[in-house]
Design a protein around this ligand. Sequence first.
Ligand code: NDP
Length: 283
Amino acid sequence: MAARSFKQELVGVFGQPVAENPTQVMIEAAFRQMGLDWRYLTLEVAPKDLPAAIAGMRAMGFRGINCTIPHKVAVVSLLDELTPAARAIGAVNCVARQGDKLLGENTDGKGFLQSVQAQGSVKGKSAVILGAGGAARAIGVELLRAGAGSLTVVNRSEARGQELLQVLEAVAPGRSTFTRWVGDYVVPEGTDLVIQATSIGLYPDIEARVPLDIDSLRPNMIVCDVIPNPPRTRLVREAEAAGCVVLDGLGMLVNQGVIGIQLWTGRDPDPTVMRQALLDVFE
Ligand code: NDP
């Protein structure tokens, strides 16, 4: 009889709250399809316990971990190395063990970029990002790194918007501006990409309206929503009706999961299996 190992390789997610995080479903669907006996654990970790949790994953030989709210910034100081993107963004959502070292990467913006670049290059394009939180920060940094020509950050709170502007200026000086979000935002003529990166529309508040003048959308614009659940947000439906190319938040979620699996296993998972697994649980 061939030797058989009863020890699974472990990855997972640290967050709080974390119970509603569906990542396990898509990652384990990919592992099954790849024939890998790996587990993805959904683990509730309080902020005060994060150092012990990272020490624990090192001790137990986890191959990697995702970090979600509220750990993406705090985890940075607990790791051995950061990728250039994670350093520029100042936050990590994916940790990979490389030998006895932990490498921090930020896959949110890269996942987003892959979705957009499936429609064409972003080089020289002009983008509007609604929101200035963690998702907007990762997306903004990756858009500039990929050569976007101009970026307008639109945010309700001035302080957070200015903070993001400083991060973007450090990546590519002179290409970004900040606009305070008051009333319905009118998208300037000539904009190529409109990115909804706030938490408006996330389940269960699914009919919440993004303050945006839908009449200012043009059919040649690509409109992206980061909200993964539900994928067909109110904005997605309205932008489709306006004739725009529309990208939902599920694409970004799946793509960042693909990058995480590549980092952890060195192999390419099937994104369609992952997307379908998420659609099955969101129904
Ligand atoms: P943060 O809490 O860091 O930021 C939230 C942002 O939303 C802020 O800019 C905030 O503005 C803005 N905002 C919230 N409510 C309103 C409102 N009513 N009107 C105007 N602005 C508002 O969150 P994250 O950036 O981490 O996450 C944002 C969303 O992105 C989440 O819903 C998350 O699910 C999604 N996401 C999706 C991913 C994917 O793979 N699809 C990956 C990562 C995140 P202000 O500064 O004024 O408070």
